[in-house]
Design a protein around this ligand. Structure first.
Ligand code: NAG
Ligand code: NAG
Ligand code: NAG
Ligand code: NAG
Ligand code: NAG
Ligand code: NAG
Ligand code: NAG
Ligand code: NAG
Ligand code: NAG
Ligand code: NAG
Ligand code: NAG
Length: 409
């Protein structure tokens, strides 16, 4: 078997359509602040203060509503409902998420089902299921189910972080950052079969099993055709350590196999810089982008080569701001924004959003157009359905920031 976790930087040769050959090298660990970038002063932004640390964000099917997971206190997480009909949103309701769970980590990653009926919010051992219409109406019965990762003997984790739903809304995949002793403290993906159509509106999930990956499994994203799940593992060292010599990985997972036989669903792994944490896929399915937080870099991989020739899949490596976490496309995928969190408070480092020119990045040209200032620890994004607005969760300054996409360079 190939050695997927080679520590040394490898060279990848990309043959571009323009005909010249370019070498892209995988960045190592750079556990310091990134160089300062030009500040973009003409981007129109706004801020909404929220009563806790925001983490995940997602729009409803319509432009006028979004959701944000909020950590109010150690024992009190809520799903905030935002009215986004005005440029700066307002917080109209909060759905309490603590019932039935001893969650110490709070509510983290959230996602919307493809039919727009439910929001899934990861917390503690699994994910809460929230009915969108009831949440918007402020109804007290908005939590309609919970997917519990720790109850069955086969389900390991209590550190659910992100959740992804298949295109047909039949299955949910929950990343458990630290797994459990059953996974040797490696992270894993928990698989649930969803049962949603019950007459009383309740939703349940049958635990199918799990797939163990590397250490600190966090970001998950589906390919646009729903056939592949991409998942990042921050580390190859023991969970919870900060062993700077080990790089993380991106795992390529076959969704059909994951549904029925999770432990056999891994297709390939590729080394993906230092602490890869969040990932997105272009809408044509051809390029997978991720943030390598400990490298201060945005990386791009050729999706077909991630399966056929992983060691030769790296397409682009762009130095962004300090400790990037979230990332999102903007302006018809001609731009990517990274949430440069500076979560470790490096000396002289700033937080912000790097604005990256996608074509320039893929052609190996200087690609960062500048930095949009943010609050503390910008973490995750949501783009509105019409693409005009982007929301950012500023985790450590308890605010949701809003970006007017038409004012991006
Ligand atoms: C960020 O948010 C998480 C989850 O809401 C919270 O547990 C954590 O304390 C926050 N982190 C920081 C550094 O403020
Ligand atoms: C949780 O926080 C919300 C928002 O601050 C508050 O309305 C609610 O009373 C809190 N619930 C508990 C159980 O502390
Ligand atoms: C959102 O705000 C707009 C403008 O204030 C208002 O007309 C609308 O009813 C609000 N929607 C909800 C669901 O509160
Ligand atoms: C989830 O687990 C909690 C205890 O950890 C339990 O109280 C609750 O009933 C479980 N929910 C479901 C849907 O199994
Ligand atoms: C709703 O229906 C499901 C499936 O029939 C059942 O298991 C559940 O207990 C019901 N929940 C409530 C609150 O009645
Ligand atoms: C860090 O990782 C390297 C390479 O895997 C290993 O040799 C070393 O023992 C690790 N150090 C610690 C402190 O975990
Ligand atoms: C991928 O990485 C995992 C976790 O380290 C390892 O168990 C597995 O053998 C690797 N699989 C492939 C196909 O490279
Ligand atoms: C990915 O690699 C394949 C196979 O070599 C190639 O045909 C395709 O053009 C590459 N895609 C991108 C986006 O570079
Ligand atoms: C995005 O692409 C669509 C379809 O090609 C086009 O109508 C729209 O104007 C574009 N939007 C932006 C912001 O470029
Ligand atoms: C970073 O600095 C902020 C603001 O001074 C502080 O609230 C936070 O606790 C610090 N975080 C870390 C990880 O040191
Ligand atoms: C931080 O910035 C100040 C002002 O530019 C400079 O004097 C100082 O040397 C910097 N500190 C470090 C650790 O880079």
């Amino acid at each position: 078997m190939r050695g997927p976790f080679s520590i040394s930087s490898r060279l990848t040769i990309s043959l571009l359509s323009s005909g010249y050959v370019r070498a892209v090298s995988l960045p190592g660990c750079q556990l310091t602040g990134a160089p300062q970038q030009k500040t973009l002063n003409n981007v129109h932004t706004g801020q909404l203060s929220v009563p806790g640390s925001p983490f995940g964000l997602v729009y409803a099917s319509q432009e006028d509503t979004a959701f944000v997971s909020l950590d109010i206190s150690l024992v009190n997480s809520t799903l905030g409902v935002l009215n986004t009909s005005t440029f700066t949103p307002t917080l109209i309701n909060q759905v309490p998420l603590q019932a039935g769970h001893t969650n110490s980590e709070g509510a983290l990653g959230i996602t919307l089902t493809h039919d727009g009926r439910h929001v899934l919010a990861s917390a503690g051992p699994g994910s809460f299921v929230v009915d969108v219409a009831r949440a918007v109406a402020g109804s007290p019965d908005a939590v309609v189910g919970a997917l519990n990762g720790s109850v069955g003997p086969q389900m390991p984790g209590v550190t659910a972080i992100e959740v992804t739903v298949t295109l047909d809304d039949e299955y949910a995949f929950v990343s458990q950052e630290y797994g459990s002793t059953q996974t040797g403290n490696r992270g894993d993906i928990d698989v649930f079969k969803l049962h949603r159509p019950s007459a009383n509106g309740s939703v349940s999930g049958t635990a199918i099993g799990y797939l163990t990956l590397g250490y600190e499994v966090v970001g998950t994203v589906l390919s646009p055709d729903g056939s592949i799940l991409y998942a990042t593992s921050e580390n190859t060292a023991r969970a919870g350590t900060t062993n700077v010599t080990t790089l993380g990985s991106l795992s390529i997972i076959d969704v059909e196999t994951l549904k029925t036989d999770p432990s056999n669903a891994l297709v390939s792994n590729v080394t993906a810089g230092c602490q890869p944490v969040r990932n997105i896929v272009s809408s044509d399915g051809k390029v997978v982008w991720l943030t390598a937080r400990g490298s201060n870099h945005l990386l791009a991989f050729n999706a077909s080569k991630l399966v056929s020739d992983p060691d030769d899949a790296l397409l682009a490596s762009v130095e962004v701001g300090t400790s990037p976490v979230g990332l999102t496309f903007a302006r018809n995928e001609s731009r990517i924004l990274t949430a440069d969190s500076n979560r470790f408070n490096y000396t002289n480092a700033t937080t912000g959003l790097s604005v990256v020119d996608v074509d320039a990045a893929l052609s190996g040209k200087p690609a960062v157009l500048g930095r949009i200032p943010t609050g503390l620890f910008p973490r995750e994004f949501a783009a509105s359905p019409n693409g005009n607005t982007i929301l950012v969760a500023d985790n450590e300054s308890n605010e949701v920031q809003v970006i007017d996409v038409s004012t991006l360079p």
